[in-house]
Ligand binder design. Structure first.
Ligand code: ZN
Length: 492
């Protein structure tokens, strides 16, 4: 066996351990008995630390370093170079954080999560403040361990979106924030609503399966289950599962998130199975992943042609509707600032992300003290969304992310929207009959375009490079802004 063959074999066997962990985390969200969490936590910790040890083992490190030596590296094929480059990156990153640090962070985030739950319940930031301060200290230490050039926040961002920096994000978020805040000022007071009715859950389940399959989700290599927080998990391109949650008063709650998760699943089902286990068989980045889900949810699912496809199916599954196709379209695209991020519309959602990005960057760069966070939060919500925050629970305490230590994660949501808009504009040019196709329930054209331009590459290109190669331009806020401005116009 040559060295590169040995590396492939090692990575493939490591990935099988990863698949076991993924299956357990699916099970945890979907099936776990109430009192089984503690033991499952122990099993997860054991397997995760074994996986970490194997990834950072001397044997694997020296194998990758040998292959990364310029003389050897230059003799590799392009695919092999990607595998070596990305594996080396993973190992180097993993080795920068000592086991002692990782364990300390795990203990601290467990403590922080319970403090956050209690603080949110009592709507009292003071309960959360000390432990959040400790997390922040550790994240600053983490940034130092990982290394950075300009901002410590760059090091944290890079863990979720390789090569992304404050400088690159500011270049797109700043114009987006200013234009969106202005646009929202023009939204009318009243928002469209649909007449109240019941949507039986068994019928919703059938509709969700049907729509997901129509979009291209292969239910022979996937399945849809129920969990409180919808998610997608992939063990292999032949085993990609999604979840949703149902509400009998609202068909879109489940369907919208099924379409979103289907977008994630289509990406995973489209990764090259022959490269499973190597970086070529893995998704590009969190932001690119999110761009796929948001393309299907917002650019397809909330489009006028998709409404034409969906409307008759609502009648078929739930009986005649007391609203028109056009009213459905306007309802799906209603815009109304909401203090809660996860209940926000497509337009104001991005302002929520920008608020979090600006605050966490200030915290990490030492420009904002944890004690001043609630006031800073409320001021930004007033500035960008024009809303007065009544209490900590509907303000600074609404998201779980910081208690998990996830700083640098929020931007990937809006990056996903930006990538989606720019990629979709390119796809539209390549697929002139897209709108007629969507109205007829034909989505193969778009999926084929994604497979060809995005899915098959795995981690070959980092996000900014992929965007530039596919769209011929650097990342720009222009495409998303144009898309959102059209949505706001529906709400005048
Ligand atoms: Zn998502």
């Amino acid at each position: 066996m040559t060295e590169i063959q040995t590396l492939r074999a090692r990575l493939q066997s490591l990935t099988k351990l990863g698949s076991a962990l993924a299956l357990m985390s699916w099970d945890e969200e979907v099936n776990l008995p109430e009192r089984a969490h503690e033991y499952r936590g122990e099993v997860n910790a054991q397997l995760s630390s074994e996986l970490h040890e194997r990834i950072t083992s001397d044997e694997l490190t020296s194998l990758v370093n040998k292959l990364a030596d310029p003389e050897v590296f230059n003799s590799l094929t392009d695919d092999e170079k990607v595998i070596v480059r990305e594996t080396k990156r993973d190992i180097d990153q993993a080795k920068k954080l000592p086991t002692e640090f990782v364990e300390r962070m795990a203990r601290l985030t467990t403590k922080a999560f319970s403090a956050w739950v209690e603080a949110r319940k009592k709507s009292d930031f003071k309960i959360y403040e000390p432990v959040l301060g400790e997390i922040l200290k550790m994240k600053i230490e983490e940034a130092r361990l990982l290394g950075y050039k300009d901002s410590p926040y760059d090091a944290l961002l890079d863990e979720f979106e390789p090569d992304m920096t404050v400088q690159k994000i500011d270049a797109v978020f700043k114009p987006l924030a200013a234009s969106l805040a202005e646009l929202i000022g023009s939204v009318r007071g009243s928002v469209p609503s649909l007449p109240a009715r019941q949507y039986p859950l068994d019928k919703q389940v059938i509709l969700n399966q049907k729509i997901a399959a129509a979009l291209g989700y292969d239910l022979h290599t996937g399945r849809i289950d129920i969990s409180p927080h919808p998610f997608t998990i992939s063990l292999h391109p032949t085993d990609v599962r999604i979840t949703t949650r149902y509400d009998s008063n609202d068909f879109w709650g489940a369907l919208g998130s099924t379409i979103h998760e289907t977008g994630h699943a289509l990406y995973e089902q489209g990764l090259p199975a022959s490269e499973h286990g190597t970086p070529l068989g893995e998704a590009g980045s969190l932001g690119i992943h999110e761009s796929q889900s948001r393309t299907w949810e917002n650019f397809v699912g909330r489009s006028r042609p998709f409404t034409s496809f969906l409307y008759p199916q609502l009648a078929e599954h739930f009986g005649a509707q007391k609203f028109s196709e056009e009213e459905l379209y306007l309802w799906l695209n209603r815009v109304q600032p909401n203090p809660i991020r996860v209940e926000s519309d497509e337009v104001t959602y991005n302002l929520h992300i920008i608020i979090r990005y600006e605050l966490e960057k200030d915290l990490i760069e030492g420009n904002l003290a944890v004690a001043d966070l609630p006031a800073a939060w409320n001021a930004k919500v007033k500035l960008y969304l024009g809303l007065d925050i009544k209490n900590d629970a509907e303000g600074v305490l609404q998201d779980v992310h910081w208690s998990h230590g996830a700083f640098g994660y929020f931007p990937t949501y809006t990056l996903g929207n930006l990538y989606a808009a720019q990629l979709f504009a390119t796809a539209r040019k390549a697929l002139p009959t897209m709108d007629e196709d969507f109205a007829k329930g034909k989505f193969k054209g778009l999926l084929g375009w994604q497979r060809e331009n995005i899915h098959r590459h795995g981690r070959r290109y980092h996000a900014d490079e992929l965007i530039e190669r596919v769209t011929g331009e650097k990342l720009s806020s222009e495409y998303l802004l144009e898309h959102l401005a059209a949505k706001v116009k529906l709400n005048y």
